[in-house]
Design a protein around this ligand. Structure first.
Ligand SMILES: Cc1ncc(COP(=O)(O)O)c(C=O)c1O
Length: 413
């Protein structure tokens, strides 16, 4: 039954009040964060169009740009006037910030360029093929990852891709596919396909009972829904920053459970520095030292390929500050009010919803009866959403409001 505008405003108001309380209880990062409505002005693109497409990418905010700009100023002018200190502070803070967001330890976090790079570090480091092991995944995992697994299958890896049933992971089929040789189960925690939220706890239970590990792609989850990797039993996870983390491309994070570092997941990159302890490099050499002393990182930094996109991480530092001040749960309360309204008000006869009922994620997907007409109407109304394959995907964030949803519904109903 469609909810009326007053009921909707009530839900949105509750979310804003929750955010207000969260900011106050955390000391209030800045006066403009005291309610979600004022956040919107920090994302100039969303003031120009109804932007309902965070699952594709998040428009850059003024506070994120400011972090990036500060790093660029440091790069351009040097470290005086606090610029060097700022860069150091941001780079030191950003792993602990991400760790807090997903319930991990900072020592379990590595910088990676993107989600796929993180997943590849895990898959390659586990030596799956050499050990005669297999990988189990499903068709709600990211298509780029499935593409990569199909390539690995062609190269001889035993890859099992379980098909979903009615747009939901078939847990019985997953269980049947997992066996004692399963080295890795790879899933997407919130699916970009339809916003399905994987029952990660059930899947980690199945994998661990067979001696296997679980990797989760969390690019559509981190910053969108609360995550606790320990409670879910996840061994590995990765994401880029440009979607729900509200950052930019070229920077991301990999989580590797402490106990698995350098053991289950072999070192393949060996970052760090070597010292040359012999003449003419040093003279005299330190006779008590190795000629080439080398000390690799003993935390997840061991998986970092090398230098990182520092502009991106300085921007991310600012994004995290805002998200921590509001709280991911409060953000989700806000976005769920928006997606719930769309789900109720778009007529099922013309827009078949393929997001499972009860999925608690801000991604909502439909198969429109008239795909091209839908595309044209959205364009005409200046509403940004993803249209791909046969599907329409909307994915609101904290910067969206009921007027954006009005515009979408006015265009489509
Ligand atoms: C679920 C999912 N995983 C991964 C990606 C791509 O990630 P990256 O560019 O960080 O490799 C996307 C992009 O749309 C995605 O939706």
């Amino acid at each position: 039954m469609p909810i009326n505008r007053r009921q909707f405003l009530g839900a949105a108001g509750a979310a804003a009040a929750a955010a207000h309380t969260a900011c106050e209880s955390q000391g209030g990062a800045s006066p403009t964060l005291s309610d979600i409505a004022s956040i919107r002005e920090r994302y100039p693109r969303v003031m120009r169009q109804a932007y309902l497409d965070t699952a594709a990418h998040c428009p850059l905010s003024t506070h994120t740009r400011e972090g990036m700009q500060k790093y660029m100023d440091f790069h351009m002018y040097g470290g005086e006037e606090g610029r060097g200190e700022y860069a150091g502070e941001a780079m030191r803070a950003v792993k602990p910030q991400f760790a807090r967001m997903i319930g991990a330890k900072p020592s379990e976090i590595a910088f990676v360029q993107n989600t796929k790079a993180g997943e590849d570090i895990v898959v390659n480091g586990l030596d799956i093929q050499a050990a005669g092991g297999n990988v189990v995944t499903n068709d709600l995992h990211y298509a780029g990852s499935i593409h990569s697994f199909l390539g690995r299958r062609k190269a001889g890896m035993d890859v099992r891709i379980v098909k979903s049933k009615n747009w939901v992971t078939d847990l019985d089929a997953m269980e049947a596919a997992i066996d004692k040789k399963t080295r890795l189960v790879a899933i997407t925690l919130v699916s970009n396909v339809n916003g399905h939220v994987e029952d990660a706890k059930a899947i980690t239970g199945m994998a661990h009972a067979n001696g296997g590990y679980v990797y989760a792609d969390i690019i559509q989850a981190a910053g969108a829904i609360p995550i606790d990797v320990k409670a879910l039993g996840l061994d590995f996870a990765a994401c880029s920053n440009y979607k729900w983390l509200q950052g930019c491309r070229g920077s991301g994070f990999l989580y590797v459970r402490d106990e698995l570092q350098g053991t289950a997941v072999r070192d393949l990159l060996f970052p760090g520095y070597v010292r040359f302890n012999y003449p003419p490099w040093v003279d005299p050499a330190d006779g008590n030292e190795d000629p080439m002393p080398f000390s690799p990182p003993t935390n997840a930094g061991r998986y970092q390929p090398g230098n990182t996109a520092r502009e991106g991480y300085c921007g991310q530092y600012e994004s995290f500050k805002v998200m921590e001040a509001i709280g991911v749960e409060n953000m989700l309360v806000h976005t769920m009010a928006l997606v719930d309204r769309v789900r109720k008000e778009l007529p099922e006869s013309r827009y078949r919803c393929i997001t499972p009922e009860g999925a608690r994620s801000p991604i909502l997907v439909f198969i429109p009866a008239d795909y091209e007409g839908t595309q044209a109407r959205l364009k005409q109304a200046n509403v940004q959403a993803t249209m791909t394959g046969n599907r329409l995907r909307i994915s609101p964030n904290i910067y969206n409001n009921q007027e954006d949803v009005d515009k979408l519904l006015d265009a489509l109903v």
